[in-house]
Write a protein that binds this ligand. Structure first.
Ligand SMILES: *Cc1c(COP(=O)(O)O)cnc(C)c1O
Length: 475
């Protein structure tokens, strides 16, 4: 008689056979993706009600499961890897990233401590240094000095960690002990990402302490207004704690002036965090490095390889200039995690660099992607996306029905129809309903715009041309 553990697990042959099928399934999907509607048109609740109410009593075959994947799940998907995905920002994956994730899933190591998988930690440290070099970021963040980098799940988490470290530095590490008792204020422009206010709330500072600063004509934070607000807050007895510079805002990819913000932050001992979630990847191209001018003065910096850099979700890169402050803010050492390596002080325990304890081997994705494409390959790909955006912008500039609404800083083009908000919104809805491509429409200072972001792994120039053709047909 077989024991349950002998009977129920897939044996090695089954794992091999079924995992190969899964890979074939994914590759078939990606090859045929263009024939699918980008946005799903299921009704709310449809997928839920198509699924059985209870888990099956007896185990089922992998073929049965895959079949339901096709029949039940696929109709309810939005296809982010579609070559005509121009909505939001990209959430790319790629062959090397997919392969690395398969290895990571199979190894299934936990890298919370150096000791729980030394390679998981050390590959990560090396990859974070590689990324610095790839993007031309300052050496202040390099692991060989006081700084260092870590992979987080998302930019939202990175910002929260930055805020926790900022909160502890500003309070002399008192909030960790006694909780928030001062009005600690946080500053960002009105164009900043919603995750900043969320961090302020989660960190217990209270959303009333979040200051949204007006922007200038280029939708960058008004640095003079920022400094005035800091002075007012100081007079009112608040403790200015952190400012966030956004490099590449979500609506229009506006770029805050990091250097000017850093000067204000230094005058008042405010932690400066730079959120370059989408835009960071642009800096692989040397001509784009201006977007990070002044970052060497910042206390922390984050960007998402999981957006534009062909690394599958989730993979956020986060650096701090002073790793001691971050680690001191987040470290709690229970007896069962004590070990000689940690006590020697010679190793990194990444559990102290973010919120969860457990962590996947995500550095493999970065390693595989950077090695497969090479720095040169990545540079050429990002440069091509920038050229596409420029080409698209030029078409719109020559079009009498459409106009460019905002300064194009990288691979995002913002357009509006000349007959106004209503027409622009109608066309955006039509494009998405037709299902062949996807765009995002949003309101910026009262103006309805359609955003076209060009940066997909599957996207080719023909898709960019088709996007402009569609605009011409509809407007
Ligand atoms: C996408 C984005 C975020 C949030 O990213 P997550 O990794 O999903 O948390 C934050 N800031 C900016 C500017 C973004 O573009």
């Amino acid at each position: 008689m077989e024991s349950p553990s002998e009977k129920h697990h897939w044996n090695p042959d089954e794992v091999r056979k079924n995992a190969h099928k899964a890979v074939d399934w994914v590759v078939d999907y990606l090859e045929g993706i263009e024939s699918r509607r980008v946005y799903s048109n299921v009704e709310p609740g449809q997928i839920f009600s198509d699924l059985p109410e209870k888990a099956p009593m007896a185990g089922e075959t992998f073929d049965e499961i895959l079949q339901d994947m096709d029949q039940l799940v696929m109709p309810g998907l939005t296809h982010w890897q579609h070559p005509s995905w121009f909505a939001f920002f990209n959430a790319n994956t790629s062959g090397p990233s997919l392969a690395a994730d398969i290895l990571s899933s199979g190894l299934a190591v936990q890298g919370m401590l150096w000791q729980t998988s030394p390679a998981c930690t050390e590959v990560e440290t090396r990859m974070m240094d590689w990324l610095l070099d790839l993007l031309g970021l300052p050496q202040e963040f390099h692991s060989s000095g006081e700084g260092g980098g870590v992979i987080q799940d998302t930019a939202s988490s990175a910002t929260l960690c930055a805020l926790i470290a900022a909160r502890e530095r500003a309070s002399g590490f008192d909030v960790d002990r006694n909780g928030v008792d001062k009005k600690m204020t946080v500053y960002a422009s009105g164009q900043t990402h919603s995750s900043i206010e969320k961090s302020v709330r989660i960190a217990g500072l209270g959303s009333e302490q979040f200051r949204t600063i007006p922007t200038d004509g280029k939708l960058r934070i008004d640095v003079g207004a920022f400094e005035k607000q800091v002075q007012m807050d100081l007079e009112a007895g608040c403790l200015p704690t952190m400012a966030v510079a956004t490099v590449g805002t979500t609506a229009t990819t506006a770029v805050d002036q990091v250097k000017e913000m850093a000067a204000v932050c230094q005058r008042y001992s405010i932690w400066l965090h730079v959120d370059s979630a989408h835009a960071g990847t642009a800096a692989i191209v040397p001509e784009m490095r201006w977007i990070h001018e002044g970052v060497q003065e910042a206390d922390s910096f984050t960007f998402n390889p999981h957006k534009w850099m062909f690394v599958g979700f989730d993979c956020n890169a986060f650096w701090v200039k002073d790793k001691k402050t971050l680690v001191k803010s987040l470290s709690v050492l229970p007896e069962y995690l004590r070990n000689a390596a940690t006590e020697s002080g010679n190793v990194i325990d990444y559990r102290d660099w973010h919120i969860p304890l457990g962590r996947r081997f995500r550095a493999l994705k970065l390693w595989f992607v950077m090695r497969s494409y090479g720095a040169q390959g990545l540079k050429e790909l990002i440069a091509e996306h920038l050229e596409w955006a420029q080409w698209f912008e030029n078409q719109v500039l020559q079009d009498s029905n459409w106009r460019i609404t905002h300064l194009r800083t990288m691979n995002l083009v913002c357009v509006a129809h000349n007959s106004g908000n209503e027409q622009t919104e109608k066309i955006a809805e039509l494009i998405n309903e037709q299902g062949e491509m996807s765009v995002t429409s949003t309101l910026v200072e009262g103006e309805r715009i359609i955003r076209f972001c060009f940066g997909g792994t599957q996207t080719r120039f023909e898709h960019v041309k088709a996007a402009y053709e569609r605009l011409r047909e509809l407007g």
